[in-house]
Design a protein around this ligand. Sequence first.
Ligand code: NAD
Length: 443
Amino acid sequence: MNVVIFGTGYVGLVSGACLAEVGHDVVCVDIDAAKVEGLNRGVIPIYEPGLEATVAGCHASGHLKFTTDAAAAIAHGELIFIAVGTPPDEDGSADLQYVLAVARTIGQCLDKAAIVVNKSTVPVGTADKVRDAIAAELAARGIELPFDVVSNPEFLKEGDAINDFMRPDRIVIGADSSLAVEKLRHLYAPFNRNHDRLVVMDVRSAELTKYAANAMLATKISFMNEIANIAERVGADVEMVRQGIGSDPRIGWHFIYPGAGYGGSCFPKDVQALARTAQQMGYDARLLNAVEAVNESQKGHLFELIERHYRGALAGKTFAVWGLAFKPNTDDMRAASSQALLAKLWATGAKVRAYDPEARHEARRIFGERSDLELCDSAQAALQGADALVVVTEWKQFRSPDFLNLQIVLADRVIFDGRNIYQPQEIEAMGFSYYGIGRGRSA
Ligand code: NAD
């Protein structure tokens, strides 16, 4: 099928590459000319495992093209996807300016019947706004064309996005028209062979489904962080508690890891946006607000442990920070806990030597050049001249470091483990002070 995708970010580029991989003809449009120019030369603007090879193969086969020319792209496609950003507005609601700009562009360029598919995460009712924006532009041109607006939220996770798109748990389609459902069924057939994963529903339910999924996952994390905070105070180890509850199939093992708070481009903004939608409808979403509040304070918890250990005397100290991305296997630092930690460390006069396997360029873009930040080439380099080690992102390569070497290089022999990847007893037996999250003995 001929497919157009607006937006070549984490969702648009992965979707475009995966749809092209199974043989669809995909044109990806972005307003960022430098990004498009780079993509046409094979430069992938983000780190996502497997993406570079998939894009290269599809580009070479001619199934995947990149352009800034929206009109030419729209002329190509019968299915037009919107996969642009929906960042938080000042009041926490989703900023729809990019989605509606694409809708207007579609209305200005459309010259045949089409199905517009919204993949961006958008508040309930956005499909109506997209439909109105397209209709208004068509009316201004004095033409009438049949078109559908469908909600098809995306559930891929950064770090495993190709796999998620290729082997989805479910494909949610919110549509008013059976023709649109059939077209999408056809589009997704290559990803839907094993058993039917299509969950078809009305548009508003589909829009809400995406927020409900992210809010549920964020709730599990904040719940576990709350238990961790209680564990610290009562002298219990939350890692034992985690193992004690995860085996209950009603609870399950996923998303019950305590840590330094959730970040990324989805959970923080989606929880806030859903709470804001509720508020606009006169409902106080107390649980969602609490999930958000627990996470905000959790992002400051590692710093509290550091401050407590040093009794507030942090000026002049140097911290090796392992991990800057909001989670492993991505370079995405949007709303990452590392940002909150570094800001607090710098405010005390401490210095940071940071290493992340993929987020270095992103860190440079966010923080710029500054004398209290050294972005290092390796985990080992980050340790040089450091007083203490802080683990913020649980990249696999940090899980089993050379502790003998750490004993030598870390001046204060203290480890702050923001993801509970080490065993406190083992670390302490080697002569380190150890602080984890919710590990009662450190309270
Ligand atoms: P992103 O910021 O990585 O990419 C957005 C892209 O859209 C950018 O390249 C930008 O230049 C482009 N763009 C903006 N306006 C445009 C226009 N008018 N025409 C063409 N391109 C335009 O965003 P993302 O992380 O891919 O997220 C996109 C949407 O998908 C968001 O609503 C997000 O909440 C949702 N989502 C994201 C993820 C994720 O893991 N990142 C997962 C599921 C859903």
